[in-house]
Design a protein around this ligand. Sequence first.
Ligand code: GTP
Ligand code: MG
Length: 236
Amino acid sequence: MNISMNPNSELNQSIVNVPNLVQVPDPLIKQAYQFQEAMMMYTCAIRELKTKLEVLNDELSVRNSRNPIELVKSRVKKPISIVEKLQRRGLPVSLESMMENLDDVAGIRVICSFLDDIYAVAEMLTRQDDVHIIAIKDYIRHPKANGYRSYHMIVEIPVFFSDQKKWMRVEVQIRTIAMDFWASLDHQLKYKKEVEANSEEISTELRECAEVIANTDERMLNIRKKIEAQEIAISK
Ligand code: GTP
Ligand code: MG
């Protein structure tokens, strides 16, 4: 794919001279453009997948008179986090290596109202023939030892650019509002106070909170089902 460039750019020279500042070697400039273009592609993949989720939410909200999806958040991984992750895994730090090895450069978080909405959304995405499922991790049926719960999907979707169709990978995390509450605070605590958050006592407390939350999610789902059953009984 062509890299869009300013026609006045000095990329044709072997060295680009920035007056009185630094000399930026040509290959570095080229790499920077290629990186920027890759990030644009991931951003487009996020947009496409978000549209799919919006369509599903609109359809289901008309059919069931409630929104299964509360909120969709997204992000493209920061360059520093990309480099750190590649280094941590002992992989080459390059554009090709990033696109081949990292599944979470583009990330979408789908916050659902109820537990069963998570599986409904995941199933509907799976049924779409232009969504390729690369991997699934069900941390709801199999929570992590620390109590973390979410449904993770690595998917590939086609994105159509001017001169090519590119299959782009996106990490989709689907969770309830309650699971998101726990995961957000868990992340904050670990990020800000690493030492204390690693202590046995705190780990146990966090895990217990996750269990209370999981239990509450199940109770809320049961309440909804009871109300729905009453509604059906009344309408008959
Ligand atoms: P990463 O190297 O972190 O991407 O992990 P992974 O490749 O083994 O994938 P995994 O599916 O386990 O986790 C991916 C993402 O899920 C993380 O980047 C977090 O956003 C989220 N996640 C996983 N475990 C936890 C956890 O214990 N706490 C919180 N708050 N988030 C988690
Ligand atoms: Mg990650």
